[in-house]
Design a protein around this ligand. Structure first.
Ligand code: ATP
Ligand code: MG
Length: 424
């Protein structure tokens, strides 16, 4: 036998048993963004490698070791997008969407990072994200957080996620803090793990979220970024906190939260859960006022977040919230005898036309009553319609409940849609 080809490690199929959970999540996301008036943007999956190097930053996990980068047939260096923000800014600049305008955008789609696959961490994964341009004030930071909090409510997981918040100040304030932090880290160099030693000079803020216990221990005495903030940054942060208080969104301020990407300034946040082990961050984002300019556009304030869909699906699975999702089929239409097939498929079509949201599956492939009923049951349908010689002669359809112990009933064909609508 020929050898079967397998999927690439860390890149998963979503099987028919799993796609209902995805569709439900995607539907909740779509209705959430629409409730806030956001518009969708779709960008290519492949971009110039430079786009990600210049935006995400050279000394980051993503650019240092996670990108799927290759030369195409022209010798141009291309990269499978590892995240959505850089592409959105690139598209916004390219099509003149950003300068002097307000845009509230969202996207959803696959991202690619060459990481060690494990629960909640894959090489192809999916993100939903929002990106807002042209608004510098903290009310919009609060809005994207409200949108995310509302999403948790709609998904029924509010009790299982918490919001962590921090501010990184402006580039100048961060530069002053960086100096102080490097000076501090130099005093404790021998305690730092390998990664932290390497990053100490290139990206010292990243040392703050080192997972190493010894490093975490010495960081208790590290200088705090809050002490380096100017008035404007402080006010921006306190305004955001007041707005969140006003709408009842709880948060903890986590001075160690710095985010892994270079482009953030001021507000940064993460929604985390303790229900998924070490892959606990389900949504992360912040303000990135410098990025549009950095990528060649005119300076434009920006704020956004990205949510990992796989981790939300896992969380919903863990909590049992993906059990009992509605079946793909409501009504299964059977034909008893080959001569009944033309009318049976016509009846199925009439039902679809009369009730556009009804999910109607026609039996195909013949077989006796028992076989067709088995298929009907397996389809997950609520009802089987039985169409045989007798029914057709009397202009009737037999409606057989499959999930409840109710009696089968004969329904006049012209009453069928009305009856099904009442039953479902
Ligand atoms: P982590 O610290 O877990 O590596 P990150 O900081 O790299 O996360 P972001 O780049 O901010 O993550 O992406 C936002 C969200 O996308 C994450 O919070 C997570 O839910 C999801 N995500 C990131 N990388 C992966 C991955 N490899 N597989 C699945 N989901 C991911
Ligand atoms: Mg990562």
């Amino acid at each position: 036998m020929a050898k079967q080809i397998q999927a690439i490690r860390g890149m998963n199929d979503a099987l028919p048993t799993q796609t209902p959970a995805w569709q439900k999540l995607e539907a909740v996301i779509r209705s959430s963004v629409s409730a806030y008036g956001y518009s969708e943007i779709r960008t290519p999956i492949v971009e110039s490698t430079d786009l990600f190097k210049r935006s995400i930053g050279e000394v980051t996990d993503i650019v240092e070791k996670e990108m799927y980068t290759f030369d195409d047939r022209n010798g141009d260096s291309l990269t499978l997008r590892p995240e959505g923000t850089a592409s959105t800014v690139r598209a916004g600049n390219e099509h003149g969407l950003l300068y002097n305008q307000e845009q509230r955008l969202w996207y959803m789609g696959p991202m690619f990072r060459h990481e060690r696959p494990q629960k909640g961490r894959y090489r192809q994964f999916h993100q939903f994200g929002v990106e807002v341009y042209g608004i510098a004030t903290a009310d919009i930071d609060a809005e994207v957080l409200m949108l995310s909090a509302r999403l948790w409510e709609q998904l029924g997981i509010s009790e299982h996620v918490t919001l962590e918040l921090n501010t990184l100040g402006d580039p100048k304030e961060r530069a002053a803090y960086r100096e102080a932090l490097i000076a501090f880290l130099e005093q404790h160099k021998d305690v730092l793990d390998e990664d932290s030693q390497r990053r100490m000079y290139s990206n010292p803020l990243r040392v703050l979220d080192s997972k190493d216990r010894n490093v975490q221990a010495i960081l208790k005495d590290a200088p705090a970024l809050m002490d380096y903030l100017g008035e404007e940054s402080k006010t921006h942060f306190s305004t955001l906190c007041e707005l969140l208080d006003a709408v009842g969104i709880q948060y903890t301020i986590n001075p160690r939260l710095v985010r892994g990407l270079d482009y953030y300034n001021r507000t940064v946040f993460e929604w985390v859960t303790t229900s998924l082990g070490s892959q606990g961050t389900v949504l992360a984002g912040g303000r990135y006022d410098g990025l549009v300019g950095q990528l060649g556009g005119k300076d434009t304030p920006a704020v956004g977040f990205a949510m990992g869909l796989e981790r939300i699906i896992l969380l919903l699975d863990t909590l049992g919230l993906n059990d009992n999702l509605p079946s793909e089929v409501d009504v299964y239409v059977t034909a008893m005898g080959e001569q009944c097939i033309p009318e049976a498929i016509k009846i199925a079509q009439e039902l679809r036309n009369a009730l556009p949201t009804l999910k109607v599956m026609s039996h195909c492939g013949g077989g006796n009553f028992k076989k067709q009923m088995k298929r009907a049951d397996r389809s997950g349908a609520q009802f089987a319609l039985i169409i045989g010689e007798n029914e057709l002669n009397n202009n009737q359809v037999a409606v057989k409940p499959l999930r409840e112990n109710n009696e089968q009933q004969l329904v006049a064909r012209e009453q069928l849609a009305t009856t099904i609508a009442e039953l479902i």
